[in-house]
Ligand binder design. Structure first.
Ligand SMILES: Nc1ncnc2c1ncn2[C@@H]1O[C@H](COP(=O)(O)OP(=O)(O)OP(=O)(O)O)[C@@H](O)[C@H]1O
Length: 228
């Protein structure tokens, strides 16, 4: 079974067809790049996969089920969709502890995810003093709390400095090497090309390319050709 299965997925907002009869699979153990021009329907698709937006038609399944029917959603899929808002007065550890308690997860998860995103040393500092990159990593830590098999990230490299982007690349590659799945929406083709083994390109709500990437693939060329 694929990690994510999208079938004839469609969403209209009034007269705007944000997503239009979109079908694709995301295979387990891959980093899959989810690409397309501004307004192509990427965020709307990710929100439907996560049960945050109701499709007008079609279905989006994670591990074979709609998000709302997952027995253990936090262990199935974690997501960072937009720059999360944090209470500036809380420390990173307290922020994660609050999420962990609300979700009923094991106490040791907080220290574990702090370590995973390299924030252990900053864990007891207030988030108000965090750099953008640290905030991004804290949001990622929140998504990792449930130890999910699939990670969905919308523009995770936004605002990261070169060292942050390098770190994120290594993290996502290692995540997929554990047999887990990463679906990542981005506009930074040169970065994602280094780690993605599959690409899904959409334009005006429809798939214009789905397929594997090989080390010799020129993602920019594939993208520009696909969206023409
Ligand atoms: N809640 C909403 N109400 C009305 N229209 C919406 C809503 N959400 C998205 N849209 C419209 O749906 C279309 C797809 O938007 P979406 O945000 O999914 O695109 P995107 O590919 O993520 O774009 P970007 O790369 O700019 O983030 C756009 O025309 C957008 O204006």
């Amino acid at each position: 079974m694929s990690a994510i299965t999208v079938t004839h997925l469609s969403k209209s907002f009034g007269r705007v067809r944000a997503v239009d009869d979109l079908s694709f699979d995301v295979e387990r153990g891959t980093v899959t790049a989810f690409l397309g021009p501004n307004g192509a329907g990427k965020t709307t698709t990710l929100r439907m996969i996560l049960g945050l937006v109701t499709p007008t038609w079609g279905s989006a399944l994670v591990d074979g089920r709609p998000y709302r029917e997952l027995a253990d959603p936090l262990a199935t899929v974690g997501a960072v969709l937009e720059a999360a808002a944090f209470h500036p007065g809380l420390t990173a550890r307290v922020h994660l502890e609050t999420l962990r308690t609300a979700a009923g997860l094991a106490p040791e998860r907080v220290a574990h995810v702090l370590e995973q995103v390299d924030l252990t040393e900053a864990a007891d500092r207030r988030v108000g003093g965090f750099s953008l990159g640290m905030r991004q990593r804290l949001a990622l830590a929140g998504a990792l709390l449930g130890d999910p098999g699939t990670l969905i990230l919308d523009e995770p490299a936004n605002g990261l400095d070169p060292a942050g982007v390098h770190w994120l690349r290594g993290f996502l590659r290692a995540y997929a090497l554990q047999g887990r799945t990463v679906l990542v929406s981005t506009h930074v083709l040169a970065e994602i090309q280094q780690i993605a083994d599959h690409a899904i390109i959409i334009s005006e709500g429809q798939a214009v390319f789905t397929g594997p990437l090989t080390p010799g693939s020129d993602l920019e060329e594939i993208y520009l050709e696909a969206i023409r």
